[in-house]
Design a protein around this ligand. Sequence first.
Ligand code: UT7
Length: 317
Amino acid sequence: MKITGTGSAMPSLAVTNDMLSEFLDTNDEWISTRTGIKERRIISDETLTSLAVDAAKKAIESAGLTPNDIDYFLCSNVVNNFVTPSLSCILQGEIGANCPSLDLNAACTGFIYALDIAESFIQTGRAENVLIVCAEEPTRMVNWKERNTCVLFGDGAGAVVVSKGDAFKAFHISTQSKIEPLYYQRKLEYNPYQSHPDGDAPLIMNGKDVFKLAVSSSVSDIRNVLEKSSLNADDIKYYLLHQANIRIIDTIRDFLKQPDDKFPHNIENYGNTSSASIPILLDEMRRAGKFTKGDMLLFSAFGAGFTTGACVLEWNM
Ligand code: UT7
């Protein structure tokens, strides 16, 4: 499998840390030094669907394909305002594709899970071109009175087209069932036979636990895929890590003893956009001409579940 197209779309509204301090007991100094975030994009006039459609169309166009060339459509999404049908069904119609579509929810690791699934489809000959769209609006999951969570997130969509090729060298994905560190619980309709009413909790996070799990799992996943692909840390041109906290990225970099410029980031502009964060960064870097054919890239992400994943690929666009 290889990446043949990328795209992204962000909401127009940029909300700075100072804007948050107008209604929350927080400040730019705390948010910047603890997280690296200066501002985030938040859905206002747009919808998540419109962002996802925009990102998907750009990815298909940059691959030099049309919607008819897509054989399978995977959408990574944690929440949107439709429980059913899936976001991928809605997007498939909007894009004008004519292929099966499927949503997956592996939280912030969804992009790596989707790549792993796409590779199986391509390897087995089920598909030649797979469109992956990661579309997320975590700002609709948080309690906007909770300063320890709402300042961290932003909305956005990133997409890639993957096609037949031999660019991907190794994958490692995992799930450890640990709910307490990070969850969001929705109240459903009642049925008359229920004995235990549902809870209803906007995003709950134990930041310190997530921080430790993120660093340890990401370092271990990265070492795993380096070993599987017979590479060492120095061979990687760029590590594109899930953009959750600049201190998490810096700590992982320290463990790997690699220079700062190998760890590109845009968390300062967008906050944590869940599974969309790596494809958005990838698209920005491609459009800025940062990649050369033959560059080795490593993606690594972690999220609620606790899910984690990493993969290594050779850039070939
Ligand atoms: O995709 C995965 C999603 N989640 C993550 O990746 C999160 C991983 N964890 C983290 O990034 C960090 O743990 C946080 C940024 C969430 C928090 O940083 P921390 O260094 O672990 O801070 P803390 O939670 O220990 O809080 C320190 C203090 C507390 O005050 P006291 O109890 O020491 O008086 C908090 O109440 O900072 C306070 N605080 C804030 N102050 C100003 C918490 N949030 C804020 C805020 N503004 N927004």
